[in-house]
Design a protein around this ligand. Structure first.
Ligand SMILES: [Zn+2]
Length: 317
């Protein structure tokens, strides 16, 4: 079984030092709405329709995107007004640039080093916990997430495929060794004892804003085994999701009888293709997302509410 297999991911993340949060302490925390677009409260008729959809589903595949984590205080890229693209002209690093350029890697890791303590401390919200409960009660066949923040794993979900990887793991591009991101943080601190910079504005992947001057003296370690390039175990923009992961999700989709998309505009093809596949299989598709998505026209139902407000209202039966 491959290291990318979804069944391995939760175990891997536990081994990498992720701790599950106690659900009641998280569920009671007020959502952080700074990065959540304005939306109307859930409509009673819509909630009833969603309840019927979930009740009729025997093998439900759920796909989540950045919109489910905005209530945990992590901004998304595309939301109108509050997403990273709307607030700034910063764009995420491209895969080819990271691999090609040592200075790009230095800049990336310096920013990531500064942002890590805050980014890694984000907690799952009521939506993550609701999906964890659906899984526990046998309602959820599989959870596919486009997010790299580990919040489903922190919530305790186990049947999870992290389509774009996870920022809590580091991958060596030379030998394929996977190591915990928390270990790399200690390595950075040891290599840069006098280096100081302040984080200004955090991005969906933990990136922050620093000047060129600030990153100039930041030292980045190589793989301790082979001297290779260390990269977060995430799919950067411009890279593709492995064939193995895509096939895995298609197989889970083939076993499913319905699909729920939560918090994704489906603008990125790596996630959109599964909604398309579900549509081709004539599965009922429900989308919960504030703002339009690429699949609204073929969804059975579209709800413009916050996932953290809506999902806990549904009784998985
Ligand atoms: Zn290596």
């Amino acid at each position: 079984m491959s290291i990318y297999c979804a069944l391995k991911v939760p175990e891997g993340c536990r081994a990498l030092g992720l701790q599950h949060y106690r659900s009641h302490s998280v569920a009671k925390a007020a959502p952080n709405l700074a990065f959540v677009p304005a939306s109307p409260p859930p409509d009673a008729v819509e909630v009833e329709a969603l309840q019927r959809f979930v009740s009729h589903s025997q093998r439900l595949l759920v796909m989540t995107g950045a919109g489910i984590s905005t209530e945990s205080g992590i901004p998304d890229y595309r939301s109108e007004g509050v997403g990273l693209y709307a607030r700034t002209d910063r764009r995420p690093i491209q895969h080819a640039e990271f691999v090609r350029s040592a200075s790009a890697r230095q800049r990336y890791w310096a920013r990531n080093f500064v942002g890590w303590p805050q980014f890694s401390s984000h907690q799952p919200n009521a939506a993550h916990l609701a999906l964890r409960n659906w899984e526990k009660l046998g309602k959820l066949h599989w959870l596919v997430t486009q997010n790299v923040d580990a919040l489903h794993i922190k919530a305790g979900s186990q049947r999870v495929m992290e389509l774009h990887g996870c920022t809590h793991r580091v991958l060596c591009l030379g030998c394929g060794e996977q190591t915990p991101r928390s270990e790399l943080q200690k390595h950075f601190e040891a290599l840069n004892p006098t280096w100081r910079a302040e984080a200004h504005g955090i991005a969906p992947d933990g990136d922050v804003f620093l000047t060129e001057e600030q990153v100039h003296n930041f030292r980045v370690p190589a793989c301790s085994k082979c001297g290779g390039i260390l990269k977060p175990d995430v799919t950067f923009f411009g890279d593709t999701v492995s064939r193995e992961k895509v096939d895995f999700v298609h197989k889970r989709l083939a076993e499913s009888d319905s699909m729920l998309v939560a918090g994704s505009s489906l603008q990125v093809y790596s996630g959109y293709r599964f909604a398309l596949a579900a549509h081709e299989k004539k599965l009922p598709i429900v989308i919960i997302n504030i703002g339009p998505t690429r699949s609204d026209h073929f969804a059975s139902m579209k709800l413009n509410s916050r996932c953290g407000e809506l999902l806990p209202l549904i009784v998985p039966r």
